[in-house]
Design a protein around this ligand. Structure first.
Ligand SMILES: [Zn+2]
Length: 317
């Protein structure tokens, strides 16, 4: 068979398109980003009733996080069938776009899974990781290291210090700063880098810790502090116009219930994580078919696609 020059070129183009699409088609539908920066707030363990009880007990009708553009539900399951997810697997879904087994930190079956911080750095963006918990805790670890198990904290610390992440801030370095102050510091720091954009993850880690220990008052204090930071970030992002915000949780902790009988009647039904859906709120990014939303619910892995969309990153599947 003899092709003309034009036909040969046409066939070559089609073949290239087929090969590229078959390896990347999940991500090839990403819409063009309207923004260049994204802030991901994670309330570790923050379920719908954590937010509800914080509102009831602080006398507020609405929290700042609820005032973002869109609210939906986030399905939190990991590959550990029969168990609720833990923070390591939950945050790996956000950071890497893949489900793993509980305990896995951006790594499964001996293979590292590239995380959003690495993609962002490759695209010449700045990256900041901030938490009120230890910087080697599971959630910040997922965005800054790859280990088989979350307990390998000295290896996590070694990888963090060797990483190209611009800012790592945790309980070890925050001093008396509130979450709002840590967020403001991180935003100023990342903007001063004058890169092509930034990714900032801010975790309120004590919502989970206080829920494990059944301390409702301290849990609410941490949640309201997180909300102050989100309020600040929304005002900051509104003034700039180039920054998206995502607020969600890796899982619910404590099976929090709110009932009748007396005022502020709130109680935990479990000392552990539960498998219920958690809230997700977004600002300046759209939850649509590209993020596999159905019945107002997304999968936790779709948070990765949201982040990649906001940062306009090219993701290799
Ligand atoms: Zn926990």
């Amino acid at each position: 068979m003899k092709f003309t020059k034009f036909t040969e070129k046409f066939f070559l183009c089609v073949m290239v398109a087929v090969v590229v699409c078959s390896s990347m088609c999940v991500f090839s539908v990403l819409p063009k980003a309207r923004v260049k920066n994204v802030i991901l707030f994670i309330g570790d363990g923050m379920g719908f009733n954590h937010i509800q009880s914080a509102k009831i007990q602080s006398g507020q009708n609405t929290l700042a996080m609820e005032g973002l553009d869109t609210a939906a539900q986030n399905r939190t399951s990991s590959l550990s069938v029969g168990w609720p997810t833990d923070s390591a697997a939950g945050a790996t879904a956000f950071a890497c776009g893949q489900k793993v087994y509980n305990g896995n930190v951006g790594r499964m079956n001996g293979n590292d899974i590239k995380n959003i911080s690495e993609y962002a750095i490759e695209a010449h963006k700045s990256v900041g990781i901030v938490t009120t918990d230890s910087i080697t805790g599971a959630t910040p670890a997922v965005f800054s290291s790859h280990v088989d198990d979350r307990s390998m904290e000295s290896e996590i610390a070694r990888q963090q210090s060797n990483s190209d992440i611009d800012l790592l801030m945790g309980a070890e370095t925050r001093g008396n700063m509130t979450i709002r102050e840590m967020t403001a510091y991180a935003l100023d720091f990342l903007v001063a880098k004058q890169n092509t954009g930034f990714f900032l993850m801010v975790e309120a880690g004590l919502i989970d810790k206080h829920s494990h220990s059944g301390d409702i008052a301290s849990m609410i204090a941490e949640l309201l502090e997180l909300d102050e930071a989100i309020k600040y970030a929304k005002e900051w992002a509104t003034a700039r116009g180039d920054t998206a915000i995502i607020v969600t949780a890796d899982h619910e902790t404590g099976g929090l219930e709110i009932g009748e009988g007396k005022p502020n009647n709130t109680w935990y039904t479990s000392p552990d994580h539960t498998a219920v859906n958690v809230p997700i709120f977004v600002f300046r990014v759209t939850l649509d078919a590209n993020h596999f939303i159905s019945n107002n619910t997304i999968d936790n892995t779709a948070v990765f696609i949201l982040l990649a969309t906001c940062l306009d990153l090219k993701i290799s599947a």
